[in-house]
Design a protein around this ligand. Structure first.
Ligand SMILES: [Zn+2]
Length: 425
């Protein structure tokens, strides 16, 4: 059903997509909290998913857990290419990798028309500190085989990733971008699995448009008793017009029409204070990557035996999955972002206009330009300008506003916004 999405063109004023694509609505309707609850129970049943735990036991430890994730994702659709992404890691990779270990991320790839990739990820490894054993007897004396349920951190991000793999692959839709669903290991030892993978992608010249990393995303009651089940945070590294900030803005803009009762709170920070996540190694390699995290965390149920499924809300987790899915699908259906450069924003013949120029993108039917006060955090205005590669805004200062441009595909889906900023800013 191509062409069924009618965006309201032109749309001056607030930068908000006003149309919704019924195909994306159908995908969101398939997201199933009960399935996600069952998947969390499945993950927790392996006792621990510590990256250093046993890999040769059939029902305990990370080896059994990753095999289960691989088989689950393989069962969703023949279109998904599921494999291990394996690395031998040791103390030289991170001090907390105490011994040489066979680390494996699990990848499920849904090929698109182009090789350009969009990732959805969560880390499936778990960690339990402290002396409690949770009343669960591990099968070996190895300290790394101790009980570490990791339900919310980060079973939540793992099952969200698995659920998106299922509904997007089973939709039967063909996307422009290639979708990669990644269950990551080694996060708790220093983001090792993500770092090795991101470095390999950079080395191989793979183009990654966006990484949607989900970590601690399924609980809405803070340890202080304050509850918030209607918002989710998206953390992105600066500066204010970095690739990751464009991705964060895009997520709010594109997801809100589909999930209007669930607010995306953009946080202009790389991560929470003193904490890390798997989006950061992708940032370090120059890719756009953000972190989704619940708005109210319970720190007393993280990294210990109390991180169990009864501390989660699966309806809340499902709403967060829908926010992810709406933006992932929109971005995957859109063409690539147009090429811009700092010197393609000029004052025009008059010397007092804003003249924007950009390089055409394959598959685009037109372009939308964006601007905001240079002091503003998010786009304040947008304008559909049609199938051109140059547009002038009369009497608009190029000093006082930030400008950008997005490519629009035949069904109305927009790319990320490319911004006119000095290189490295
Ligand atoms: Zn985590």
């Amino acid at each position: 059903m191509a062409g069924c999405f009618v965006a309201a063109h032109p749309v001056p004023g607030a930068a908000q997509v006003t149309g919704v694509d019924p195909r994306i609505e159908a995908i969101l309707a398939e997201i199933d909290p009960d399935r996600m609850r069952a998947a969390i129970d499945g993950l927790v049943s392996f006792g621990t998913r510590s990256t250093l735990s046993s890999t040769d036991l059939p029902e305990w430890g990370i080896g059994a857990a990753r095999q289960w994730i691989l088989e689950e994702m393989s069962s969703y659709s023949d279109r998904l290419q599921v494999s291990f992404d394996a690395y031998e890691v040791g103390p030289e990779d991170a001090a907390r990798i105490r011994r040489t270990t066979d680390l494996r991320n699990v990848l499920a790839i849904l090929p698109g028309r182009s090789e350009r990739r969009i990732y959805v990820s969560g880390h499936y490894d778990s960690l339990a500190l402290g002396d409690e054993d949770g009343g669960v007897e591990p099968p070996t004396d190895d300290p790394f085989d101790r009980y570490a349920p990791g339900a919310n951190d980060d079973g939540s991000g793992t099952v969200l990733t698995m659920e998106l793999a299922r509904v997007l692959a089973q939709s039967g839709m063909e996307f422009d971008a290639t979708l990669v669903f990644m269950a990551i290991a080694g996060e708790e030892q220093g983001l090792v699995g993500a770092a090795r993978h991101a470095a390999r992608m950079r080395e191989e010249g793979v183009e990654i448009t966006a990484v949607f990393n989900n970590d601690i995303i399924g609980n809405h009651v803070g340890g202080n008793g304050i509850s918030d089940s209607r918002t989710v945070r998206v953390f992105s590294e600066g500066p204010e017009d970095s690739l990751s900030r464009q991705l964060a803005r895009y997520i709010r803009r594109t997801s809100q029409p589909y999930v209007p009762g669930h607010q995306v709170r953009l946080i202009a920070r790389e991560d929470r204070f003193g904490r890390g996540g798997d989006h950061t190694p992708f940032n370090r390699q120059g890719f756009a990557a953000v972190r989704f995290t619940e708005s109210r965390e319970n720190y007393s149920r993280q990294h210990n035996v109390f991180d169990t499924p009864d501390g989660m809300d699966f309806e809340y987790l499902a709403r967060n999955a829908r926010v992810n899915a709406a933006s992932v699908a929109s971005l995957a259906l859109a063409p690539a972002a147009p090429g811009v450069a700092f010197n393609l924003l000029r004052r025009g013949d008059s010397g007092y206009d804003a003249q924007l120029q950009w390089r055409a993108v394959e598959g685009a039917v037109g372009y939308r330009i964006f601007w905001r006060e240079a002091w503003g955090q998010d786009w304040e205005h947008d304008l559909w300008v049609g199938d051109v590669t140059e547009f002038s805004l009369r009497d608009m200062s190029i000093d006082d506003f930030v400008y950008g441009v997005a490519a629009v595909g035949p069904d109305g889906h927009e790319s990320l916004v490319s911004v006119y900023v000095r290189p490295g800013r």
